[in-house]
Design a binder for this molecule. Sequence first.
Ligand SMILES: [Mn+2]
Length: 248
Amino acid sequence: MSTIFISDLHLHPARPRLVKLFEKFLNSLPKNAQALYILGDFFEAWVGADDPDYSAIAELLKNTAKKIPLYFMPGNRDFLINEAYMNSLGINFLPDPTLITLYGRKILLAHGDGLCTQDKSYQRYRRIVRIPILQKIFLALPLSFRKKVARKLRQDSQTQFQQNPKKRYQEIDKNTAIKLITQYQADLIIHGHIHKAGIDWLNPGQNQIERVVLGDWHDDLGSVLVINEDELNLIPFIKDSLMNDPAI
Ligand SMILES: [Mn+2]
């Protein structure tokens, strides 16, 4: 038995090769996989279920959820996704963060943007845009307006990154993460967001907390975490390689 984790695909119909790669990944899920977890930034910029740009991609998820239990945690690119919409697709919604127990391990799941607490102005913005009533009001506005707002936010953050390239894909605040993980009494955290795939220790030497950072996806390269009773493996996904990977 194994459990699969992915994040940061940034899927959009304007990137057909990436969408194709994701389809291939779905078709090559190992037979013994018991669940698929998506930890945010699955969509490039999600502004409502009525956006036709994402209907085909949402359909892929819906069909996958008929075959394997699917769990979805929104990221900063798809934070408007709510539980009702996910349930309508047959998908389990996960708030950020969520604690799960898997193969005897207590694992904290997060997208990762909430752990970047050095960026005070982003955290302020994040708190506001996650207020349910504000989300409800925004989602009731015309689609063309919502898409315009998303474009504007994207442009603003691009400009910000151009002025300050270090801010892009900045490391999380490890002390914030350690505090949170300790609160939840977990011994492993899995997150994405920072686009630097890897497995490391958050606090080497002391009560060791293991961390997996899921990687972002590119047109010809995905990043997949496979967990089973014995081990964690962060595996690059290239075309249809997942099934044949000896690590699984
Ligand atoms: Mn993100």
